[in-house]
Design a protein around this ligand. Structure first.
Ligand code: PEP
Ligand code: MN
Length: 346
């Protein structure tokens, strides 16, 4: 149940409502917004008559949340969440572009990539130091050495680091080097990991699971938020369907659906979403046109030699073209991507 307090309700009225909710046996979470306070009551049984709360002083509205997630819902928080990543916003007017290789492979690879991403107006350097590969025989990542390479190149070029946390127990190590912790598609329902990330001091990029419904995905976001971390960025990266001409089916309708039901920012990953580099730019354009708050793009200085996901990784010149095109789409809908010179000045 969500209780919206009047903008003019005073602190004593808010406290009185919380006391009453506690008397009824509900746990209460308070969210103090710009205009008003919203209370979320947990444990409300279907037979509870919400008019008991509606009549209290200072209460503007009360309604049941029918979705199984609460803190991730629009009903709980009507203003869009803007996640502040060490000074860079995700969910604001500017489209956040996160780019880099699938996996961190070498110093030269990361340094060249970081320089190029920054020069083109990207704001985040991505790259996996720990890779959750479908095959145990595939390259598993450089581990901490990879994290150091990411961190050093990103700071040289004014970029933020987004990298994947694969297992419980890596939190402390990865937090030393990253600005955003990515939860991969294969881990979207790793609830033990999600709970631990509730205690992380960093924003979480939560990828949609390979066969997850939007509701299941929002429930995973709920795990992180309910455990104490409100900074969740969703990432649509394609789902598994019967279609075989693309690696996954990029569900762009998830963008407006999520935005209707949730206040969380959502970005689109057309690299994993399509699996082929010639499909990446068209779907990046479409993602921004659909209203995504950002993009995650795999690029590599030499995709033919990439240790993972080479076929979906863009050549540098393709990424430059993508940025130009995405910039035009962003402008058409009243948004922007960062201009290269702004990055240099940053
Ligand atoms: C990745 O971003 O490289 C990755 C492994 O993505 P996903 O979890 O979406 O497959
Ligand atoms: Mn990849």
């Amino acid at each position: 149940m969500v209780v919206i307090m009047h903008p003019r309700a005073d602190e004593a009225e808010v406290e009185a409502v919380i006391d009453r909710l506690n008397d009824y046996g509900f746990d209460v979470h308070k969210s103090t917004g710009v205009n008003q306070t919203v209370l979320g009551a947990i444990g409300v049984k279907p037979e509870f008559d919400i008019r008991n709360i509606k009549v209290l002083a200072g209460v503007s509205d009360v309604f049941r949340v029918t979705e199984p997630y609460k803190f991730a819902s629009r009903a709980w928080k009507s203003e869009k969440t803007v996640v502040d990543v060490d000074g860079v916003s995700v969910g604001g007017n500017e489209i956040a572009v996160m780019a880099g290789p699938c996996a961190v492979e070498s110093e030269e690879q990361i340094e060249k990539t970081a320089a190029f991403v920054a020069a083109q107006g990207g704001t985040f350097l991505r790259g996996g130091a720990f890779k959750p590969r479908s095959s145990p025989y595939s390259f598993q990542g450089l581990g901490e050495d990879g994290l150091i390479l990411l961190h050093d190149s990103a700071s040289r070029h004014g970029l933020k680091v987004v990298t994947e946390i694969v297992e419980l127990g890596q939190l402390e190590l990865i937090s030393k080097y990253a600005h955003v912790l990515q939860v991969g598609a294969r881990n979207m329902q790793n609830y033990a990991l999600l709970k631990e990330l509730g205690k992380a001091g960093l924003p979480i990029l939560l990828k949609r699971g390979l066969s997850a419904t939007i509701e299941e995905w929002l429930m995973s976001a709920e795990y992180v938020i309910a455990n104490g971390n409100p900074d969740v960025i969703l990432c649509e990266r394609g789902i598994r369907t019967f279609e075989r001409y693309t690696r996954n089916t990029l569900d762009l309708s998830a963008v407006p659906v999520v935005q209707e039901r949730s206040h969380l920012p959502i970005i689109v990953d057309p690299s994993h979403g399509t699996g082929y580099r010639d499909k990446v730019t068209p779907m990046a354009r479409a993602g921004v046109a659909a209203g995504a708050d950002g993009l995650m793009i795999e690029i590599h200085p030499d995709p033919a030699q990439a240790l993972s996901d080479g076929p979906q990784s863009l050549y540098f010149e393709q990424f430059a073209e993508l940025m130009t095109q995405v910039g035009m789409i962003a402008k058409a809908i009243g948004r922007s991507v960062r201009a290269p010179e702004e990055v240099a000045a940053h």
